[in-house]
Design a protein around this ligand. Structure first.
Ligand SMILES: [Zn+2]
Length: 347
């Protein structure tokens, strides 16, 4: 729902909004672009999460999305907010103390890689990575206090990081910290995690594989054909959580028709648990043309997932839905996919 009606906007208000959006694109302080029920988390520090020239996850992805969202007239309908750093105690809700120390000392210790090779050290790696997590927690606080219903954080959704290791371009796992906060601080008993990134969200999946409170639905490229090689259909949760997880593998070159068929199973699965909040990782690397994955969705797939999750959130969760950008290594693709998601969050 868009609370801001551009048609009834005064000239002075329109000028203020133009200035606010321009400042947001430049990476400024917290900015009130427009009152509304959708908040977008983007700032200069988030824009610095990336691994430099030549790496698929370079910086500049946030800027590519913001330019497209502005051109599509979406930024004037959301409240653009800056994030914040997560504290060590907040990071420790999901991560081990040893791993947090490892990242905090990575630069001074002269390390160059944080995992076997995908995830290099980059300037200010601890501060910038903790900021991704803190921004997600800032969004979470707004949703849980009823200040807004839906949030989107384009630089976020770092679903490969485990409790004790960086992996697959992901240093700290913002999603994991959010889910632990929902369980621990807020006492939620049914949290939905939905992941349509081309890669399996292994960092989230295995951390909560035995947790019945975390209901997972993850559609991804066949685990035999793509990193991280996990997320088989027979992995449905363990112990008391058996049956709470749904992994759907699609073959390379699968497109919108295959996605839409799979989505029906996702929706059936989610409805069975009546989640109290929805966490959505909408990685754009499942679109046709991504340089490191081989699915062939169009942005219509992302729009459909977002639209249906909003409907489910309205039905079961008081509208509460937090979306995170995740992967996506073609700038035009991520701009189109995430704009499609934001448009549905606003609908
Ligand atoms: Zn991915």
């Amino acid at each position: 729902m868009a609370a801001f009606d551009a048609g009834r906007c005064s000239a002075a208000r329109r000028r203020f909004l133009r200035l606010a959006v321009t400042a947001a694109l430049a990476g400024g302080a917290p900015i009130l672009a427009a009152a509304g029920q959708v908040e977008l988390y983007a700032d200069d520090t988030l824009g610095r999460y990336g691994f430099g020239d030549g790496h698929p996850l370079g910086t500049g992805r946030q800027g590519a999305f913001l330019r497209a969202a502005r051109a599509a007239g979406l930024l004037g309908q959301v409240q653009v907010r800056a994030g914040r750093a997560a504290t060590r105690a907040e990071l420790a809700r999901f991560h081990t103390a040893e791993f947090i120390d490892e990242i905090a000392t990575a630069e001074t210790g002269g390390r160059t890689l944080l995992d076997a090779g995908d995830t290099p050290v980059f300037p200010d790696v601890f501060r910038v990575s903790a900021h991704v997590v803190g921004s997600a927690l800032a969004a979470l606080e707004r949703v849980m206090t009823g200040a807004c219903r839906r949030t989107f954080q384009p630089v976020g959704g770092l679903h490969h990081a485990g409790r004790g290791q960086a992996a697959g371009f992901c240093v700290f796992n913002d999603l994991g910290v959010v889910i632990e906060t929902l369980r621990g601080t807020y006492g939620l008993e049914r949290i939905a995690y939905v992941d349509i990134d081309a890669h399996h969200g292994d960092g989230v999946f295995y951390a909560f594989e035995a947790s019945p409170q975390v209901v997972i639905a993850d559609i991804h490229q066949d685990s035999r054909t793509l990193y991280p090689g996990t997320g088989r259909a027979d992995e449905t949760g363990t112990g008391a959580a058996a049956g709470t997880k749904l992994n759907i593998e699609l073959p390379p070159r699968a497109g919108d028709p295959e996605f839409l068929r799979a989505w029906q199973d996702v929706e059936r699965h989610l409805r069975g648990f009546e989640p109290e909040l929805f966490v959505f990782q909408c990685g754009a690397d499942s679109l046709a043309g991504d340089p490191i994955a081989q699915l062939r969705y169009s942005p219509a797939a992302h729009a459909h997932a977002a639209k249906r999750l909003c409907a489910l959130a309205d039905e079961y969760a008081g509208g509460r839905l937090m979306a995170f950008g995740g992967g996506g290594y073609d700038r035009d693709n991520l701009a189109r996919a995430w704009s499609a998601v934001l448009r549905e969050l606003l609908a």
